[in-house]
Design a protein around this ligand. Structure first.
Ligand SMILES: *[C@@H]1O[C@H](CO)[C@@H](O)[C@H](O)[C@H]1NC(C)=O
Length: 261
């Protein structure tokens, strides 16, 4: 009895002081993006659900390479380039989309969890500053990044990368080419709060927006790694590339080192 209590105490101390990886989306086991095709609704294998995409083969939309990761991330073998081309329309919609959903039964939608990813853009195939991009969002949009002109705002263009909760901007920076932005959403599904951690390059993550109150609902399969771009009259489609690496979800305390546990 006594040793059981002691063991429980030790385990409890362990769980409160060590982060745990809940889900790993770092592409380390992928040979190429074609591996995403192994997943289907009837055969839910691998770390990602792949169904939100246009009509072309997967390699037109997602490409994996060591050159596409944050070079300061030594835990990721490769990163992913996501492309919106003129075929990137899903399911007859008028929005261009390329998105991956975590495939997992872990509790990524309960308690306090951290959603990590790094994002970069290049000068080549730069995302349009004239159109709204919803990036790495949940279905209810309680936390997400956005880039470009936000629907309804004044002016024609917007050069910023922003963090938003329910369409409210909490942080922004001019989105410059070649700069890796490391991001973690600190989500407390019990307390209904979300905070924003950020750094650039190889710098450790810092809490830049303390948790704010939001309705943090998720069914555990509705976080979209990728991009949804809204149409806008007068601003046609151009090919756009977005780079992602270091994608994973953990319980706390947060890992601030780039690349993760
Ligand atoms: C990030 O990588 C660059 C290039 O290898 C290196 O010079 C720099 O020291 C790294 N930064 C950190 C914080 O590790």
């Amino acid at each position: 009895m006594k040793s059981t209590t002691l063991l429980a105490a030790v385990l409890s101390a362990f769980s409160t002081t060590h982060a745990a990886l809940l889900w790993d989306g770092r592409f380390n086991d992928f040979t190429s993006a074609s591996d995403l095709n192994k997943w289907s609704w009837s055969n839910q294998v691998g770390p990602y659900q792949y169904y939100i995409h246009g009509s072309s083969p997967v390699d037109k939309y997602i490409s994996l390479s060591e050159a596409y990761k944050n070079p300061n991330d030594t835990h990721s073998r490769q990163g992913a380039r996501f492309t919106l081309d003129n075929t990137a329309y899903w399911n007859g919609q008028n929005m261009r989309r390329i998105e991956l959903i975590p495939q997992t039964k872990e509790a990524i939608n309960r308690g306090k969890v951290y959603y990590h990813f790094s994002i970069m853009r290049s000068d080549k195939n730069a995302p349009s500053v004239y159109r709204e991009h919803q990036i790495c969002f949940f279905e209810s949009h309680f936390t997400e990044l956005k880039s470009g002109w936000i629907s309804g705002e004044s002016g024609a263009s917007n050069p910023n990368l922003q963090w938003m909760t329910n369409q409210r901007s909490g942080w922004k920076t001019e989105w410059k080419a070649g700069v890796w932005h490391n991001v973690a959403y600190e989500i407390d599904f019990s307390a209904n709060k979300v905070g924003f951690w950020h750094s650039e390059g190889g710098e450790p993550l810092k809490l830049v927006v303390a948790p704010v109150s939001v309705s943090t609902s998720s069914n555990g399969a509705d976080w979209h790694l990728g991009i949804l771009e809204l149409p806008r009259n007068g601003y046609g489609d151009t090919t756009e590339d977005f780079y992602f690496s270091g994608v994973y979800i953990e319980t706390g305390p947060i890992t601030t080192a780039i690349g993760g546990p």
